[in-house]
Design a protein around this ligand. Sequence first.
Ligand SMILES: [Zn+2]
Ligand SMILES: [Zn+2]
Ligand SMILES: [Zn+2]
Length: 132
Amino acid sequence: MSHSAQLRQARLRATPRRVRVLSWLAKHRRPVTAEDVANRHQSLSRMTAFRMLGDFANHGLVQEVRYRDGTRRVEYIGDRPHHHHFVCDHCGVVEHLHLKHESHILQSLKQSHGLKITHHDMAFAGLCRSCQ
Ligand SMILES: [Zn+2]
Ligand SMILES: [Zn+2]
Ligand SMILES: [Zn+2]
């Protein structure tokens, strides 16, 4: 699917600016800040980039990755399977974690607590292999 079709499917207007930013995000493997986006797109102020990333997150096009230093980054979702992140406290490296037993946890929350989980958020932090 093209990026403009993706925007429309997410119920956002496919403005040329949004299409450009979304395509750029899709090429990036590392989570990026609004500042990174503004630096790469001269026509965008930091505030505009910040708002645009917020819209993308609210409409399910990007996933927020929170760092313990308070910076908020986003990562393009596309057709990547659901996963979580580990961020190294020392060097900031990001690892994409595909948790094997996640669906069992969600299922057991439903069974033992009667909860229907529609959203969850897990973040992992610590030291990566080379910083230990
Ligand atoms: Zn999950
Ligand atoms: Zn590290
Ligand atoms: Zn990821």
